[in-house]
Design a protein around this ligand. Structure first.
Ligand code: CAA
Length: 257
């Protein structure tokens, strides 16, 4: 697929998809949605990639869905164009996806961040769900993922009263993993992603799946998922290598087998 709204590159074992509609604050139009999910799926299949970063630019990660493209849409178009349903594709990505956020992450931009596995934010990052100000509500998971992450009262305020969070507040409420300087924020995110990409690949995949289960299941079901993911790791070469390396006081050499 040739991309016109995003840029992609690979640095070491990290695949990077950069949203690239700076003239529109990286608002998600249909083309960019299709391209970014295609890039994620391509990196997911690439055995040389161990972790994936999605980023924007210093000023904006993404300012939400493209309001200009959406403003005249009918009910039927919203249902049939898959403008909202397409967001489910991120749930199928098995490798860790890290959002590297600088500037605005609003509406669909914030929802994209909420769908990622970890978040590196620059000091200028701002998170919010301003859909209410244009007469709608979040439609790409915002009400659900935000409430699970930051709790009911703050989620209500963000969704109903357009409260935005600074990077520091986002860190405090568990929406981001770490804050870095604006300058070089992507390099810092790549260093973070490199560390994750250097871990035992099958265990990483199983870990992501198990942690995600915590948001979908009862505790009993979640613990069963954890066991289902834990036991098979003893059939991998990496488990034998990891434990042998610990005993021999050396670094493990992961094979992803
Ligand atoms: N859609 C389309 N275009 C957008 C956009 C969006 N979401 N956000 C910004 N732009 C465009 C602006 O229209 C402007 O274009 P022109 O130069 O052609 O006028 C350009 O990007 C620069 O934006 P501003 O001049 O507004 O820049 P600013 O620095 O003054 O403000 C901002 C930045 C606070 C992000 C502001 O642009 C803004 O509030 N954007 C809209 C945010 C929003 O409401 N997002 C929710 C969208 S709905 C949604 O996401 C639904 C969902 O759940 C999936």
């Amino acid at each position: 697929m040739t991309y016109t709204t995003i840029l992609t590159e690979t640095r070491g074992r990290v695949g990077i998809a950069q949203l690239n509609r700076p003239q529109a604050m990286n608002a998600f139009n249909l083309a960019m949605l299709g391209e970014v999910f295609d890039a994620l799926e391509t990196f997911d299949k690439d055995e040389h990639v161990g972790a994936i970063i999605v980023t924007g630019n210093e000023k904006a990660f993404a300012a939400g869905a493209d309001i200009k493209e959406m403003s005249e849409a009918s009910y039927i178009q919203m249902v049939t164009e898959e403008r909202v349903e397409v967001w489910n594709r991120i749930r199928g990505i098995r490798k860790p996806v890290i959002a590297a956020v600088s500037g605005w992450a609003l509406g669909g931009g914030c929802e994209f961040v909420l769908s990622c596995d970890m978040v590196v934010a620059s000091e200028s990052a701002r998170f919010g769900q301003p859909e209410i100000t244009i007469g709608i509500i979040p439609g790409a998971g915002g009400t659900q993922r935000l409430a699970r992450l930051v709790g009911k009262h703050l989620a209500m305020e963000m969704v109903i009263n357009n409260r935005t969070l600074t990077a520091q507040e986002a860190l405090q409420f568990g929406l981001v993993n770490r804050i870095v300087a604006v300058e070089g924020y992507l390099d810092a995110a790549v260093a973070f992603a490199e560390e994750i990409a250097s871990r035992a690949p099958i265990a990483v995949r199983m870990a992501k799946d198990a942690v995600n289960a915590a948001f979908e299941t009862t505790l009993t079901e979640g613990l069963a998922v954890e066991k289902r993911n834990f036991y098979p790791l003893f059939a991998t070469e990496d488990q034998k290598e990891g434990m042998k390396a610990f005993i021999e006081k050396r670094k493990p050499n992961w094979k992803g087998k």
